[in-house]
Design a protein around this ligand. Structure first.
Ligand SMILES: *[C@@H]1O[C@H](CO)[C@@H](O)[C@H](O)[C@H]1NC(C)=O
Ligand SMILES: *[C@@H]1O[C@H](CO)[C@@H](O)[C@H](O)[C@H]1NC(C)=O
Ligand SMILES: *[C@@H]1O[C@H](CO)[C@@H](O)[C@H](O)[C@H]1NC(C)=O
Ligand SMILES: *[C@@H]1O[C@H](CO)[C@@H](O)[C@H](O)[C@H]1NC(C)=O
Length: 298
């Protein structure tokens, strides 16, 4: 019997040693290299660095463990929050020309002229699109890139769409993260449903096929991560009451045009009131697509 306990104790110590060794290897080699790359890549967000891209695409699990550190609520301008979000900004793996007319649905082709008019035919502008989908079908920013030489940031939390964005070759930055409806970061539940119907959950999450936990960032943190407070166009398509997501400090940013997908007439009334108080006028509503466009008054 004594011999048995000695074996158990020795075995236990051996296992403990292996656990300790693997943790040490992760901390000292894997994570050190990862953090070095993170620092390097966040200082080079404006270059198409494939070294960074490959690193981030291959390190999902590490990024996930980093995300856990952000589950506590951090203020929208918290430097560590901004730093972490900046590290998610990367370019597409295969930049290539995409034939838009083949993909874009007719009703979106109707919406595009309203958008172009709202930005006064501007060329070389900069946009942020929240809820970018797969970046091709129904994308309003793809023709802006191609015909008006715009660039910007595509934000998409649904991992299936985000994978498309990386493959399809948009010219803009991509962030597969979750826009939140609080002025702080928080750990949100993102419900993944039929294509185009996924959303950040507040209740009724039983109806979703898959629910994924992810860190959600306030809108302003995206602007700070880009180091940019002047934006020509922000598009918000979040399958939810958009006004809740407009947690921006409007006195600190200059956004010329804001285009929002609304849910229903109630939502539309809320939005118009809210935006009027922020000194925006309505320049167009397309009922067929449930989009409203606001422009900052001079
Ligand atoms: C960190 O990464 C940069 C860029 O890849 C590299 O030049 C540098 O040697 C690395 N430093 C360490 C300590 O690994
Ligand atoms: C934008 O371009 C269209 C077509 O080229 C033109 O008809 C329109 O007047 C332009 N609008 C502005 C504000 O420049
Ligand atoms: C298009 O935009 C890029 C920057 O994104 C700029 O370098 C280039 O000069 C622009 N081209 C034209 C024709 O304005
Ligand atoms: C942010 O932009 C400003 C001016 O546009 C520049 O001076 C500053 O170095 C930038 N900071 C970072 C971290 O890129």
């Amino acid at each position: 019997m004594d011999q048995f306990y000695i074996y158990v104790t020795q075995g236990g110590l051996y296992v403990l040693f292996l656990i300790y060794l693997s943790r040490w290897l992760v901390d000292n080699i894997y994570l050190k290299e990862h953090h070095n790359m993170t620092t390097y890549c966040s200082n080079h967000i404006n270059s198409h660095s494939h070294k960074c891209l490959d690193h981030f695409l291959n390190s999902d699990s590490i990024l996930d463990s980093d995300k856990d550190d952000l589950s506590e609520k951090l203020q929208m301008d918290d430097p560590s929050l901004v730093y972490n979000l900046r590290n998610t900004l990367i370019y597409s793996k295969n930049p290539q020309y995409i034939e838009i007319s083949k993909y874009s649905k007719a009703q979106f082709r109707e919406l595009f002229p309203l958008l172009v008019k709202s930005v006064s035919n501007k060329t070389n502008g900069f946009f942020i699109e929240f809820g970018a989908g797969d970046g091709i079908v129904n994308s309003l920013t793809l023709p802006l890139e191609q015909r008006f030489n715009w660039t910007g940031l595509l934000v998409e939390a649904d991992p299936r769409f985000a994978a498309h964005l990386h493959r399809r070759g948009r010219k803009s930055l991509i962030s597969s993260t979750c826009l939140g409806y609080q002025p702080t970061s928080f750990l949100g539940l993102f419900g993944i449903n039929n294509y185009g119907k996924s959303k950040l959950l507040t209740e009724d999450w039983e109806t979703y096929h898959t629910v994924e936990q992810m860190t959600c960032f306030p809108m302003y943190t995206y602007l700070l991560a880009l180091n940019r407070t002047n934006i020509d166009l922000v598009i918000i398509d979040v399958n939810d009451k958009a006004v809740d997501y407009l947690t921006l400090p409007f006195d600190k940013v200059l956004i010329d045009v804001i285009m929002i997908k609304y849910l229903n007439y109630n939502d539309l009334a809320f939005l118009s009131n809210f935006m009027e108080q922020k000194n925006y006028e309505t320049v167009g509503i397309k009922e067929k697509n449930s989009f409203i466009v606001f422009k900052k008054m001079k």
